[in-house]
Design a protein around this ligand. Structure first.
Ligand code: DX5
Ligand code: ZN
Length: 241
């Protein structure tokens, strides 16, 4: 969605006030296709096809070759994607210094920016900066980070992105040790009356989706499983119903 840098929303001590998640993306659970697995030679067709399959939320993987051993794409490609869709653009920054790129990605059309607790163990000020830019904020942890480490910060974030692979590449095998983390995070969020949405990222497919949703996940990132599916609409329907 096009972003403008309007004045700061003062209501962000309860950050969820802006913008209302429900207005932007509707009911949960959601399938969030990871564009990394799309055919970049036919990006416009991939987006059009995904939208007719019912997609309302795209996951964009940004890699710096430093925090992760791979390089993907930058704000220019996000801007192109923003021109192809008015759906929600969720940018997952796998970067050592994500804050340097908050503004370029926000200007390119990001609706949410997620960064990693591994690079910012005290992430609150960065969440505030994202909200000051009038976009949402997400915090992510890798499979080897205990979920308890991120819980104290969740009140500042719209999204918790739990990695179910070590980030860097699409198409890796799902690590089931994420399931108890989902359960712990779900319980914490509900007990504290937070609105943080739980996203799972890495190796998610129709074989593990139901277990993730019943553990408490709100958004399932799917790269390979979505773009290799012969029935994308059926896949989205089976999870979003
Ligand atoms: C991994 C990325 C994931 C990845 C998901 O570094 O953060 O978002 O693209 O792809 P699949 O679903 O193929 O594991
Ligand atoms: Zn990702």
């Amino acid at each position: 969605m096009p972003q403008s840098f309007a004045p700061i929303n003062p209501a962000h001590d309860k950050v969820f006030a802006y913008p209302p998640v429900s207005r932007l993306i509707g009911a949960m659970p959601l399938v969030a296709p990871s564009i990394l697995a799309a055919d970049f030679g036919h990006l416009a067709d991939e987006i059009t096809g995904a939208e007719s399959a019912g997609v309302r939320f795209y996951h964009l993987d940004i890699m710096d070759g430093h925090f992760v051993p791979n390089i993907s794409f930058g704000p220019g490609v996000v801007k192109t994607i923003n021109g192809l869709t008015d759906r929600f653009l969720d940018c997952h920054l796998m970067l050592t210094e994500p804050e340097k790129y908050f503004e370029p990605f926000a200007k390119a059309g990001a609706d949410n920016i997620t960064f990693h607790l591994e690079v910012h163990p005290d992430p609150t000020a960065h969440a505030r900066r994202l909200h000051d830019m009038k976009i949402q904020a997400g915090i992510s942890i890798n499979p080897d980070m205990p979920v308890e480490r991120v819980l104290p910060f969740l009140e500042h974030f719209e999204y918790l992105l739990l990695m179910s692979v070590f980030p860097g590449f699409g198409g890796q095998a799902f690590m089931p040790n994420v399931i108890p983390k989902v359960e712990i995070a779900r319980k914490f969020i509900d007990q504290h009356g937070l609105k943080t949405k739980i996203q799972i990222d890495g190796g998610v497919d129709s074989s593990n989706a139901a277990g993730l949703v019943s553990a408490g996940a709100d958004i399932l990132v799917m790269g390979t499983a979505f773009f290799k599916s012969q029935d994308r609409a059926g896949l989205v329907r089976s999870i979003q119903k």
